[in-house]
Ligand binder design. Structure first.
Ligand code: 5BU
Length: 250
């Protein structure tokens, strides 16, 4: 896409979905476009992280199925912290099945995401009807992945974006490139110190994703929760991310 296209400031984005509007409001209140990925495996670590970095982030991204002692007490506590610290709960479940199965995975089972998360990720692989089951939870469609050798080539991305734009439940996409302006763009694979890991992950700097991809929100995992001081790291990413966003406005 044309790199010359100008960024629409967050406050002027034409996002209709309430969760998308909420994300934008939080971002502007906190001067933060940081989503922290809390890929820790115990409730205690997760709660401590959420309490420590909560006021610097727009959303806390979770993989609930990696938490060894997942419980309803954890959910209750997370919701309390999220309300106090003003951030959204974002389950990165990556649904990728037919609508009926996704609905069961979303509403039933151990996690019952429908009862407590604000937003979820889903692959568009099964077609736009498969997204209908998540309402009123916000859907983030994965149209492109950050890892080396991902199958999400240009053809896939354009078809996936098409599906994302047809669904009223989708307000954002995950991608490593500029996307149409009516969708919020969330970009993982962001790290200030590293270029990648040994398992295919590829990293960009905050500066690159905000200036080149016109990302709206960056997703940072190990750069924060593996740091010696996760609170200081979150503040560093928040500052660098917001500066890169502001610089990309002019
Ligand atoms: P990291 O520690 O910053 O590499 O973690 C990145 C997080 O984002 C992790 O939870 C992944 O599951 C997630 N992710 C990703 O890295 N790349 C992608 O394309 C998608 C999700 Br979709």
């Amino acid at each position: 896409q044309a790199p010359s296209r100008k960024r629409t400031p967050l406050q002027d984005k034409e996002v209709q979905h309430p969760v998308g509007k909420n994300m934008i409001d939080i971002a502007l209140r906190k001067k933060s476009n940081l989503i922290a990925s809390a890929d820790v495996v115990s409730s205690l670590e997760l709660i401590n992280l959420a309490k420590g970095i909560g006021d610097k982030i727009v959303a806390l991204k979770l993989h609930s199925d990696i938490i060894t002692d997942f419980s309803w007490d954890l959910v209750t506590e997370l919701r309390t912290i999220a309300r106090e610290k003003d951030f959204l709960l974002f389950e990165d479940r990556k649904f990728a099945d037919i609508g009926n199965t996704q609905e069961l995975q979303f509403k039933q089972g151990v996690y019952r995401f429908a009862d407590w998360v604000d937003m979820v990720t889903a692959h568009p692989i099964a077609g736009e009807k498969s997204f209908d089951v998540f309402e009123p939870t916000g859907v983030v469609a994965i149209v492109e992945m950050s890892s080396a050798g991902a199958l999400t080539d240009d053809y896939y991305v354009s078809k996936a974006l098409n599906i994302a734009q047809k669904s009223a439940d989708v307000f954002a996409v995950v991608a490593q490139r500029q996307v149409p302006d009516d969708l919020l763009l969330l970009t993982p694979g962001v790290n200030i110190d590293k270029k990648g890991d040994s398992k295919g992950q590829q990293y960009n700097t905050p500066k690159k994703v905000f200036s080149e991809y016109l990302t709206d929100f960056m997703i940072v995992g190990r750069g924060i929760y593996k740091a010696n001081d996760p609170v200081a790291a979150a503040e560093e990413y928040r500052q660098q991310g917001w500066k890169a966003y502001e610089d990309s406005l002019s």
